[in-house]
Design a protein around this ligand. Structure first.
Ligand SMILES: [Zn+2]
Length: 55
């Protein structure tokens, strides 16, 4: 099952959000102001649907 990820704005690395879902669900779901603790730069990144991708 793919995981929802975002790009770290500081390091450009892929940050896993811990959310796992299939593509159909991902396309229909809405994310707004989710927060993820980034393992690369140590900050919390707030993200919404346009920032997210499946991998
Ligand atoms: Zn980061």
């Amino acid at each position: 099952m793919p995981m929802v990820k975002i790009k770290c704005p500081k390091t450009g690395r892929d940050v896993p959000t811990g959310i796992v879902m299939d593509l159909d669900t991902f396309q229909s779901v809405t994310f707004t102001n989710n927060s993820v603790s980034c393992p690369y730069c140590g900050e919390a990144h707030v993200w919404s649907k346009p920032d997210a991708f499946l991998e």
